[in-house]
Design a protein around this ligand. Structure first.
Ligand SMILES: C[S@@+](CC[C@H](N)C(=O)[O-])C[C@H]1O[C@@H](n2cnc3c(N)ncnc32)[C@H](O)[C@@H]1O
Length: 259
């Protein structure tokens, strides 16, 4: 049973739709968890890096009263539309079309002016960049996020991570498959904190999320691709049994006064 109080996300009960409109563990519970850890305030500006179809972006705008820009460079696998078009549709459905904007770009090439945002939020996105572009590519993304924050601005990073243990031998084949093998994407919390610090952030808080396993199991039950292919991620999570795969978060600040 979770010790974290989810209040705003609990009223959205259709988990199949929620997991269809984002991509990764946690859904709206993750967004609420991060928003509270980051201290989101009404009227603030937030950049959602890797917003996908943007349901978390819309939730944050609606429930926390912020103005949000969702950034995503990819097209949707199912529909072929740019993710930000689907964000736009979601924003209309959520009644936040005046406070949510989507931009079809990714970090580090954003072209925003320095110091544009009070908050940057990124979940289950940058570990894929680290896999495809290495630690240097990951650091470039983090440095761009630092540039975009106002002095005193807060970065909330949520990532699939592995526990600081050797990988169980029986799990290895399962996490070595696919386009984005987990073994190549996931790092430990300790390693990720070091990389966030190397990019120039001051880390305020970092931990494995207390509900990491519940978020992963929820993803396995409700994500449309997991439902189509139960032999892939759901099977990996079953074999793992909570021994290695987890989900970590880091709350970090850009040095300087309150922007
Ligand atoms: C797995 S989805 C995560 C979506 C959502 N944040 C969540 O937690 O469910 C990752 C998203 O990151 C996006 N992405 C990939 N490279 C990116 C980059 N360089 N900058 C921003 N987003 C990126 C992809 O297009 C994809 O939609």
């Amino acid at each position: 049973m979770s010790s974290f109080q989810y209040t705003k996300s609990s009223k959205y009960k259709d988990l199949d739709t929620i997991y269809e409109q984002c991509s990764g563990p946690g859904g709206l519970e993750l967004a609420e968890f991060m928003a509270k850890k980051m201290g989101l305030k009404p009227g603030a500006t937030l950049l959602d890096v890797g917003c996908n179809r943007g349901i978390q972006t819309c939730f944050l705008a609606k429930e926390f009263g912020i103005t949000a820009i969702g950034l995503d460079p990819w097209d949707d696998r199912k529909t072929g539309y740019p993710m930000v078009e689907l964000l736009r549709e979601n924003a209309k459905q959520w009644g936040v079309e005046n406070s949510v904007l989507g931009i079809n770009l990714g970090v580090p090439d954003t072209h925003f002016a320095s110091g544009s945002f009070d908050f940057v939020y990124s979940t289950t996105a940058l570990e894929m960049v680290r896999m495809s572009q290495g630690v240097e590519g990951y650091l470039s993304c983090l440095k761009e996020i630092l540039r975009l924050l106002k002095p005193g601005g807060v970065f909330g990073l949520g990532e699939p991570m592995h526990l600081d243990v050797p990988i169980p031998a029986d799990l290895l084949p399962y996490v070595s498959e696919d386009e984005y093998p987990w073994i190549e994407c996931f790092r430990s919390l300790r390693e990720t904190v070091e990389q966030v610090k190397d990019a120039g952030f001051n880390v305020l808080e970092s931990e494995y999320a207390p509900d990491a396993r519940e978020w992963w199991l929820s993803f396995a039950r409700h994500d449309p691709f997991c439902k189509e292919e139960p032999g892939k991620d759901p099977r990996t999570l079953e074999v793992d049994g909570g021994r290695w795969a987890s989900f970590g978060y880091i709350i970090a600040v850009k040095a300087g006064g309150i922007g």
